[in-house]
Design a protein around this ligand. Sequence first.
Ligand SMILES: NC(=O)c1ccc[n+]([C@@H]2O[C@H](COP(=O)([O-])OP(=O)(O)OC[C@H]3O[C@@H](n4cnc5c(N)ncnc54)[C@H](OP(=O)(O)O)[C@@H]3O)[C@@H](O)[C@H]2O)c1
Length: 392
Amino acid sequence: MTSRREMKKISLWGATGSIGRQTLDVAGRLPFLKVTAMTAHRRIDALFGAAEVHKPRVVAVTGMEPDSNWEKRFHRIGTAVRWGKEGLLELAGSDEPDTAVNGLVGRSGLEATWIALHRGTRVALANKEVLVMAGETIMKAARDHGTAVIPVDSEHSAVFQCLQGEDRGQVRRIVLTASGGPFFGRKSEDLESVTVEEALAHPSWKMGQKVTIDSATLMNKGLEIMEARWLFDLPADRIEVAIHPQSIVHSMVEFADGSIKAQMGRPDMRIPIAYALTWPDHAPFDFERLDFTRAMRMDFYPPDEQTFPALRLARRALAMGGTAPAALNGADEEAVALFLQGKIAFTDIYRLIEAVLDQHQPFENPDMDRILEADNRARNLVRQKADTYKRG
Ligand SMILES: NC(=O)c1ccc[n+]([C@@H]2O[C@H](COP(=O)([O-])OP(=O)(O)OC[C@H]3O[C@@H](n4cnc5c(N)ncnc54)[C@H](OP(=O)(O)O)[C@@H]3O)[C@@H](O)[C@H]2O)c1
């Protein structure tokens, strides 16, 4: 096993995003981590700023046309540039990195993850949609190629940490915690008219827009049930959710004897990111800590599935099996984008996902083409139906 004192090469996909920037912060504090490759979609200025600091050998810019001026600027700091999705896939297929950190959003990280695992590269995965869409196929690829998917999502990192040294056969259930998002305690009728700004105001975590809206609908927790189902090979009925507004307990595992292990800490994504990069070690950091010299509360509530139907929808897609989770994911991504553009109401997100699942005929044991086809179909259906839900 690689000791954390040995130099580790990191390929960072989505370097300009919330996960990407925090990964760079972690890498900047640990001299044995070297970021050798980075990607961004359109924020090339931010990518260039990060490249000036970390001096990667190569970057890929997926959402822009090739630009020779930028190529010259990157060249002057010793960094090569690749363009388009092909650039990302080329980085994913490289044998240089020890670990690829996938901080991409939505389906954009699926094929790159697949390619990296086939190359035998370990993937530190924040991009949960990859496992939602193709969990079985992705985990099999990791096993077949002697490598691993290490969770970055704080809840799954918590479960992963609780499981260290334990016999998986003695796990009774896992409990994923959820902050409840900005609309915790509201009722269905209040949600009809919430604004984009209100939905983006997350109480505990500062994250990218897609995951922030997913947290407000609770679909983020639905996606996390699916992610956990494949990461930990547990049936959905042994994965529960508890609302925990303080976001101190990041998740829990209950064992056969009723004993429960929880992983706790301040809500700081750099901790699970670092653990994914240094596992099985805990690296020394001076991040702010929990202060037990002061009174502190930890509350737990059952989720209100009547008001927030996302967990039911996620469990329904898992039960349908095959391509259904990919259809749910595509529907959610498209519906969230429409909500962010002000084209549909917050609660239309649920209606559109439900409509997609109602129409979906799942294809069993799908290959990558079938998964992408289910995703595309779901997106098209959402766009068509959304016209009938238009606001105002
Ligand atoms: N943020 C968190 O605290 C957190 C916590 C747990 C899990 N996650 C998960 O981690 C993933 C990333 O979340 P995030 O909050 O870091 O997202 P984000 O801030 O929106 O960053 C997304 C990154 O992906 C790039 N990107 C966007 N669209 C792309 C496309 N079509 N093709 C290739 N690259 C694309 C962006 O590049 P540009 O900047 O150039 O647009 C950016 O670097 C999500 O799956 C999320 O659910 C996030």
